[in-house]
Design a protein around this ligand. Structure first.
Ligand SMILES: C[S@@+](CC[C@H](N)C(=O)[O-])C[C@H]1O[C@@H](n2cnc3c(N)ncnc32)[C@H](O)[C@@H]1O
Length: 308
């Protein structure tokens, strides 16, 4: 896949796996819904391939959802604002970062968030228990150059402007809106943290609630894909989704760069992708209408097909 614009550096972004994930999307989707959008890597990639008529980008993290909206709808102003903040950092860039971080926590201005995401350690957001953004600056980098940022912002805007709705709601509310002609891609926060809170994101989710929501989507005949657990060698991280949901599990080679680095290990990580029954039924009936390459179709319909 050609290189796609990505203004937002975000831990857990699916930008490197997007081309593989897109193979499991139907060609003609009314609305591609991303309830846990993060940096919206899948919507951006799908839009680049004109795979849906419209897009619904949602993330519970309000400044993040607002930032995506500003990038798409007001690219010139957003790029100029970034350039202004970026240029102010040269006298003492570390002190500048902390000043912007304090201003962001006070105002929740999404434009300040863009600078923090570009400049913080590994693009990985961190929050304390009061929801205060507390990640430190990356001391070795100044963050994306304004010229590069402008190019990325304009690129995303060109792909999504005029066909995208943005919101900042709990994923369950978004799923109310899904129709049979839509495709939902869900990439909830990583599992394996204490309780439902995840300091790595603005919020975590409850596994049992999530399973109930998937049951509800099955009953409504909604086609969906979930990125959920993973494996490194023989060690699985995160709870698997139950077989009662009748999902097809596919393993994707996530390489060494994303999860493995995040977890401090130099090993290949495989991430699971779960395809809903409605989706695999659609793929089986109308395989020629989908992007799935011929060579992978056979294994897709085996109970736990592996594409690694
Ligand atoms: C793993 S990240 C998604 C990364 C995304 N796929 C990408 O490519 O950047 C999970 C996201 O879910 C969001 N989130 C957490 N709890 C949520 C909830 N209850 N409803 C909606 N979004 C939520 C977090 O703010 C976070 O951005």
């Amino acid at each position: 896949m050609k290189s796609l614009p990505h203004p937002i550096q975000y831990q857990g972004s699916k930008r490197n796996l997007a081309s593989v994930i897109l193979r499991h999307l139907p060609k003609a989707i009314d609305t591609l819904i991303e309830p846990f959008a993060g940096s919206a890597a899948i919507s951006i990639a799908a839009a680049a391939h004109k795979m849906a008529k419209s897009y619904l980008i949602n993330d519970l993290n309000k400044p993040l959802a607002e930032l995506l909206q500003l990038i798409v709808e007001s690219p010139i102003e957003t790029a100029m604002f970034y350039e202004g903040v970026w240029n102010e950092q040269h006298s003492d860039s570390i002190e500048h970062y902390y000043k912007i971080r304090e201003a962001f926590n006070r105002t929740q201005d999404p434009r300040l968030f863009l600078y923090l995401l570009a400049r913080c350690v590994k693009g990985s957001v961190r929050y304390n228990s009061d929801g205060i953004f507390n990640q430190s600056p990356d001391k070795r980098r100044y963050g994306t150059q304004p010229k590069t940022m402008r190019k990325n912002i304009f690129g995303v805007s060109a792909l999504l402007k005029g066909k995208t709705e943005f919101s900042s709601l709990d994923y369950r509310e978004i799923l109310d809106k899904a129709q049979n002609t839509d495709l939902v891609y869900m990439d909830p926060p990583y599992q394996g943290v204490c309780g439902d809170r995840d300091s790595r994101y603005f919020s975590g989710i409850n596994h049992d609630d999530f399973v109930s929501v998937l049951e509800w989507l099955n009953l409504r005949g909604i086609a969906y894909i979930v990125s959920y657990d993973g494996r490194r060698g023989s060690k699985t991280f995160g709870e698997l989704l139950p077989s009662s949901l009748e999902l097809t599990r596919v393993e994707l080679d996530a390489g060494r760069s994303s999860q493995a680095t995040l977890l401090g290990r130099d090993e290949v990580t495989y991430e699971s992708l779960y395809l809903s029954r409605t989706l695999t039924d659609k793929l089986a009936c109308k395989s020629t209408e989908y992007y799935l390459p011929q060579t992978q179709q056979c294994s897709l319909f085996e109970p736990r097909g592996h594409y690694v």
